[in-house]
Design a protein. Structure first.
Length: 256
C-alpha cells in the first residue's frame, strides 16, 4: 500500500509539472501530425499520378488512392507514433537535467525502482494523449472508417507505447546529460531494442486496422496466421520484460 501511494504521488507530481510546461504534449503531437501529413501527401500524390499513367478512369483513380491509403497508412501511423514518442522520452528528464537533481534521486527516501515505475506511468499517460490526437488525424487524413476496430487499435497502441517507454525511460536517464546529442543516441538505442516488436507490429498492421486481404498486394503486412490477440499478448510480454529489466537497471544508471 505504501509503495502504491508513493507511485501515485510521484505520477501526480510529474503530471502537474508537465501541465505547467505544456511543451512535451504539444511538441509530440505536432511532430506526429506532420509525419502523418507528409505520408498522406506522398501516398496520395504518387498513387494519383500512377493511376493517371495507367489510364484509370477518374472514379477508379479515387478508389486506387483510397486503397493505397488503407494499405500504407498504418505504416505511417506507427512511424509517427514511435518518432513522436521519443520526443516525450527525451523530455521526461528535462526538469531533473535543468535542476541537476537526477543524481539526488539516489539519496531520496524512496526506492529508485519506484521512481522509475512512476516515470514510466506518467510518460505513458501523456504519450497516450498524443496517440489519441494522432489517431484522430489519421482518421481525417486517410479517410479511415474506424468502426469496431478502434478498440483493438487502442489496445495495440497502449501496449506498443508501453513497450518502448519502459526501456526508453532508462535510456533517457542515461543520455540526458549528453545535451543535444543525447536525443539522437536515445533514438538509435531505442530503435535497436524495438526492432523485433516493430517488425511484428508492421506485419499485423493490416489486421489491426481491418484492411481487407485483397487490398494488400502479395499479402504484404498481413502477418500470416498471426492474429491480433497473439500480437497483443506478445507486445504485453515485451512490455513486462522491459519493465522488469528497467526496474532492475535504473538504480545502476543513476549511480553512474
Amino acid at each position: 500500500m505504501r509503495t502504491a501511494h508513493q507511485i501515485a504521488n510521484l505520477i501526480r507530481w510529474d503530471l502537474l509539472r508537465e501541465m505547467r510546461r505544456k511543451e512535451t504534449l504539444l511538441n509530440m503531437s505536432l511532430l506526429a501530425v506532420l509525419i502523418l501529413f507528409t505520408g498522406h501527401l506522398g501516398v496520395e500524390t504518387f498513387t494519383h499520378h500512377f493511376a493517371v499513367e495507367l489510364g484509370f478512369a477518374p472514379a477508379e483513380q479515387g478508389a486506387a488512392v483510397q486503397k493505397a491509403k488503407d494499405t500504407i497508412g498504418p505504416v505511417f501511423f506507427w512511424i509517427a507514433s514511435l518518432f513522436a514518442g521519443t520526443v516525450g522520452l527525451n523530455h521526461s528528464f528535462v526538469n531533473e537535467r535543468e535542476g541537476t537533481s537526477l543524481g539526488g534521486i539516489t539519496t531520496a527516501p524512496i526506492d529508485p525502482g519506484i521512481f522509475y515505475l512512476a516515470k514510466v506511468a506518467a510518460t505513458w499517460f501523456y504519450v497516450m494523449l498524443m496517440q489519441v490526437i494522432l489517431f484522430g488525424a489519421y482518421v481525417v487524413l486517410f479517410n479511415y472508417q474506424a468502426g469496431p476496430t478502434w478498440g483493438t487499435i487502442l489496445c495495440a497502441v497502449s501496449v506498443f507505447s508501453l513497450a518502448y517507454i519502459a526501456p526508453g525511460v532508462v535510456l533517457a536517464a542515461m543520455t540526458t546529460t549528453l545535451g543535444g546529442s543525447g536525443e539522437l543516441i536515445l533514438r538509435i538505442l531505442l530503435f535497436v531494442l524495438m526492432i523485433p516488436l516493430i517488425l511484428l507490429t508492421l506485419e499485423v498492421s493490416s489486421k489491426l486496422f481491418g484492411v481487407a486481404a485483397e487490398n494488400v498486394p502479395g499479402g504484404v503486412l498481413m502477418g500470416g496466421n498471426f492474429g491480433t490477440l497473439e500480437y497483443l499478448l506478445v507486445a504485453l510480454a515485451f512490455s513486462v520484460m522491459y519493465l522488469c529489466a528497467g526496474y532492475l537497471l535504473f538504480p545502476k544508471v543513476l549511480e553512474e
